[in-house]
Design a protein around this ligand. Structure first.
Ligand code: SF4
Ligand code: SF4
Ligand code: SF4
Length: 180
């Protein structure tokens, strides 16, 4: 009997063709590549990852694939979305990919115009939720995000009283071969 995967393959090929030029989205962790998301995730009927996320940061975008939104909370790297995806018989997310993909594919930044600590006001609201200590202050002022330390968890964003923290989606970055 044909497997579910065999059945979906022709649709995946079609989906790959039509989505070649899609803009990048920020994905839940445990994905291997954007192309895998675009071919696999769009075919998912259960969308089980959404319900699995206690932080409620997984949304289904307009293209039918899973994406993250950090406006209210961030990712704890709890692994539940990957387990839900695997249990649904899909492979957009998989704990095995944890050893390949590095962090969440978002690059965070602090606006020097919007951030009050860049204008002489004491504020550490973003620093406290950053468990990776990736927000560096020069004394008490002028915070910047250390890209090497930032995991893209997103917890800092919703804490900023002036919405001075934003992010841009980037390609899912693979770990160096030597670190596997
Ligand atoms: S790892 Fe956990 S917190 Fe992060 S997106 Fe997945 S379910 Fe949500
Ligand atoms: S469960 Fe997996 S395949 Fe389904 S929507 Fe979520 S990430 Fe995509
Ligand atoms: S700066 Fe810290 S809290 Fe903000 S996204 Fe990066 S690791 Fe997460």
């Amino acid at each position: 009997m044909a497997s579910r995967r065999d059945f979906l393959n022709p649709f995946r090929k079609f989906s790959e063709k039509t989505k070649e030029s899609s803009p990048l989205l920020v994905r839940p962790p445990y994905g291997l590549s954007e192309s895998l998301f675009q071919s696999e995730c769009i075919m998912c009927e259960s969308k089980a990852c959404v319900a699995s996320c206690d932080e409620k940061i997984i949304l289904i975008g307009g293209d039918g694939t899973a994406m993250l939104n950090f406006t209210k909370s961030g990712c704890t790297f709890c692994e539940e979305c990957a387990k839900a995806c695997e249990d649904s018989g899909m492979s957009a997310l998989n704990l095995e990919y944890k050893m390949y993909a590095q962090n969440i594919n978002a690059e965070f930044r602090i606006s020097t115009q919007g951030c009050v600590a860049h204008h002489g006001v004491i504020c550490f609201s973003c620093k406290e939720p950053c468990l990776d200590d990736a927000i560096l202050f020069n004394g008490m002022f002028n915070p910047v995000i250390d890209k090497d330390k930032c995991t893209g968890c997103g917890f800092c964003m919703g804490r900023c009283p002036t919405q001075a923290i934003s992010y841009l989606p980037i390609e899912i970055i693979q770990k160096e071969e030597s670190s596997l």
